[in-house]
Design a binder for this molecule. Structure first.
Ligand code: PLP
Length: 502
């Protein structure tokens, strides 16, 4: 059935809302040059408007509906307490142009979040500005470039990137004006040390490494990789997209990384939000901290009068006074500048802060342990059903080949689409590029054993269907609002708005 669209309910003069008569003087009308002749907006009743949006929301799939094992995206459940905190009126209704003295509470949250992320990273300073992981990468690469340039090391223009990396790594390197050079992975899924050594020279600005990598594997020689790059004068960028596998277990700064980003919308359970707003804070060691984008929040110890809010820099003895911090916004000394307006996406930062405070150190460690246990459990259930290209203990995700023995012509895409009929969001497919027909599965720590068992059962049944009735896979999905899309047409001739049929 084709869903009716809102224009089909439209009739001239219909209204979803009525406003009272204006009882204040009218503002001057807009000049005619700024007005349009006509605007073809739907005119609908309130009920139809509500049904339109509810229907659209029901066509969507969400982690609140079912398992969402989208590898490398960490679609973990978003605790509702995060939302409660973000909606506290004194946080939700502040404006970024308010003066510092009016938003000391907000700045306290941001400063504490900076400190907590620096601790988790094992690094010295954090900027909360970047709005996504990819923007964090661009930020980090620009910082590395600025560091070398300031030392007069202009020859260093090469960024080494393993072949398992996310596409944003070479993309952001190129955007920053550096040259992306690919390194091979070895048979165990680690960076090939031979290939690394062959590429190390005085043109290397640094290396971007995701650890665990996008195969879900911890690079067993990560410290050696960092040492070799440092010996060659390069810096190590850590793509922190997979930090859900490391929280409380290992700190990138202690492994040898110099700068990294976090994806708050993955690791710290803030909503992915259909492309935004997200947050990709960047952490850096002392040598790179001055280059961080700003403003960052700084804290000065002072004495505060809790009745008037006044602050005193010197000792002050009065019953109204407490020892506390005064927070300010500052630009780091050699900052690469702003990469986002103000201090980033505040509401998202509040959600991540709440998540970290609710779990605490022990809770974060437990989340990581659960994520790794769940992935290994599922990997064990599926090991004999789908080929496992790297048969070793995984971290928080793993990759199988989306092919079935005895079912020629079945591809990862068919399996992914058939999973929709079983009520699951498909895993990431065709990434990483180094795995044939890749299906990248990340269950996350928030799924129960029963859910994992049911998912494995669905994957097993699909493999059976592939042998007995391959057409049912080729034609999947059967139950979704839209059937299999022509992806080439969708990419080449995208239809992005509704048009009346003539
Ligand atoms: C390994 C890796 N790096 C970087 C990114 C980019 O992060 P974002 O989507 O927040 O821009 C992703 C996103 O999936 C990723 O998986």
């Amino acid at each position: 059935m084709t869903e009716p669209v809102i224009y089909e309910y439209s009739a001239p003069g219909r209204r979803a809302a009525t406003l009272p008569e204006v009882d204040v003087p009218l503002a001057d009308p807009l000049p005619p040059s700024m007005l349009r002749e006509g605007l073809d907006l739907p005119e609908v009743a309130e009920g139809d408007l509500v049904r339109h949006y509810v229907r659209l929301s029901q066509m969507n799939y969400a982690v609140d509906l079912g398992m969402y094992p989208l590898g490398s995206c960490t679609m973990k459940y978003n605790p509702k307490v995060n939302e409660v905190a973000a909606r506290i009126p004194s946080l939700a209704w502040t404006h970024p142009h308010q003066p510092e003295y009016q938003v000391q509470g907000n700045l306290h949250i941001l400063h504490t979040l900076q400190e907590m992320l620096a601790e988790i990273a094992g690094m010295d300073a954090v900027s909360l500005q970047p709005a996504a992981g990819a923007q964090g990468e661009l930020t980090g690469v620009l910082m590395i470039r600025a560091y070398h340039r300031e030392r007069g090391d202009d020859r260093r223009t090469v960024m080494l990137i393993p072949d398992s990396a996310h596409g944003t790594n070479p993309a952001t390197t190129t955007m920053a004006g550096l040259e992306a050079v690919t390194l091979r992975s070895d048979a165990r899924g680690n960076v090939s040390l031979d290939d690394l050594r062959a590429h190390l020279d005085d043109r290397v600005a640094g290396m971007m490494l995701t650890n665990p990598n996008t195969l879900g594997l911890f690079d067993e020689r990560v410290m050696e990789v960092c040492r070799l790059v440092h010996e060659a004068g390069g810096l190590m960028y850590g793509d922190g997209a997979n930090m859900n596998a490391l929280l409380g277990v290992a700190k990138p700064g202690e492994l040898g990384f110099d700068v990294m980003h976090f994806n708050l919308h993955k690791t710290f359970s803030t909503p992915h939000g259909g492309g935004g707003p997200g947050a990709g804070p960047v952490a850096a060691v002392d040598a790179l901290a001055p280059y961080l984008p700003g403003p960052v929040v700084t804290a000065d110890e002072c004495v505060l009068d809790i009745e008037t809010g006044a602050r005193w820099q010197d000792d002050w003895s009065d019953e109204h006074c407490i020892q506390g911090n005064w927070y300010s916004l500052e630009m780091p000394a050699k900052s690469i500048g702003r990469v986002k307006s103000f201090y980033g996406n505040f509401g998202v930062l509040v959600r991540a802060y709440t998540y970290i405070r609710m779990l605490g150190e022990a809770g974060l460690r437990k989340a990581t342990d659960g994520a790794v246990l769940n992935a290994n459990y599922l990997q064990a259930l599926l090991r004999d059903v789908y080929p496992l290209p790297y048969d070793r203990r995984c971290m928080h995700e793993f990759v199988v080949e989306g092919v079935v023995e005895g079912a020629e012509g079945i591809r990862a895409l068919d399996i992914a689409k058939r999973l929709i009929d079983y009520g699951y969001h498909p895993p990431t497919n065709y990434f990483p590029l180094i795995v044939h027909e890749a299906l990248m599965i990340e269950p996350t720590e928030t799924e129960t054993k029963e859910t994992l068992d049911a998912f494995a059962e669905a994957m097993t049944r699909i493999a059976q269907e592939a042998r007995e009735n391959p057409e049912i896979l080729h034609e999947a999905p059967h139950t979704a609002p839209l059937r299999r899309l022509d992806e080439v047409q969708a990419a080449r001739n995208p239809v992005l708005r509704w048009e009346k049929e003539s």
